[in-house]
Design a protein. Structure first.
Length: 240
């Protein structure tokens, strides 16, 4: 019955626009690719997130359900995934919008905490949208074999993840940790296929160690990068 309700409700929805960019033809096509098209096919990720809501008995109002439906249309269905994903500026705009939506959804009051369970339920659809954005854009870049772009996107998304609200209940911070785990997995996959130049490697190592201050999920990535750099140093000494 829930799925039937979603299908009926989706027919009434209008697309939700993303931030404006300069009005040129290439940029317009890119922004259109990021729009949440309600007429698309329901993806497996959407149904998985709906199932998780059922498991945790998270009550959603009609408005929150509409927002969740709009948010979970996968970006990988865009008509120009390679062109769009290659420009990290647009991916950054997407992450910034998702984070802003989280904070806009939180009711602020002079009484009580604005990080309690009530506020978490208000922000939950937007937190899920943020997580899906991290996951799906990273997968697009991985499929395109843009290894260095994956590393840059991961570090950028890691910073935005660290800026998400800290909730009073520990379990409510699970989505943040899931984002860290997803991003760390993307980073490790990219490093297994891409050996950066020494200067780039040192820069990445410095930034990954800073990311480790927010979560230990990145530790295997640091170890892998250190191994790569050590092998490169040995190879350079053998050549000399």
């Amino acid at each position: 019955m829930r799925r039937s309700y979603l299908e009926i409700l989706s027919a009434r929805l209008a697309p939700s626009p993303l931030p404006r960019v300069r009005s040129s033809t290439p940029n317009t096509r890119r922004v259109q690719s990021l729009e949440l098209s309600i007429g698309g096919v329901w993806s497996r990720s959407i149904e998985e997130q709906c199932d998780k809501m059922d498991e945790h008995h998270t009550p959603l109002s009609k408005q929150q359900l509409v927002q969740l439906i709009r948010s979970l249309i996968l970006v990988e269905q865009s008509q120009e995934p390679r062109i769009l994903a290659s420009d990290l500026k647009y991916l950054q705009e997407d992450l910034h919008l998702k984070k802003a939506n989280v904070y806009r959804s939180i009711p602020y009051s002079r009484f009580g905490s604005n990080r309690d369970a009530h506020c978490y339920r208000k922000a939950y659809p937007h937190l899920v949208a943020f997580k899906v954005s991290c996951q799906e854009w990273g997968q697009v870049l991985l499929r395109n074999k843009e290894w260095d772009a994956v590393l840059e996107h991961t570090l950028m998304a890691w910073r935005y993840t660290s800026e998400l609200p800290q909730w009073d209940t520990t379990n409510h911070n699970a989505l943040r940790e899931q984002c860290y785990s997803i991003l760390a997995a993307h980073t490790l996959t990219a490093l297994q296929h891409h050996h950066p130049e020494p200067n780039r490697g040192r820069e990445l190592l410095r930034r990954l160690k800073m990311a480790q201050l927010h979560s230990q999920s990145v530790a295997p990535c640091i170890e892998e990068l250190q191994r790569i750099m050590a092998c490169a140093d040995v190879s350079s000494m053998d050549t000399n």
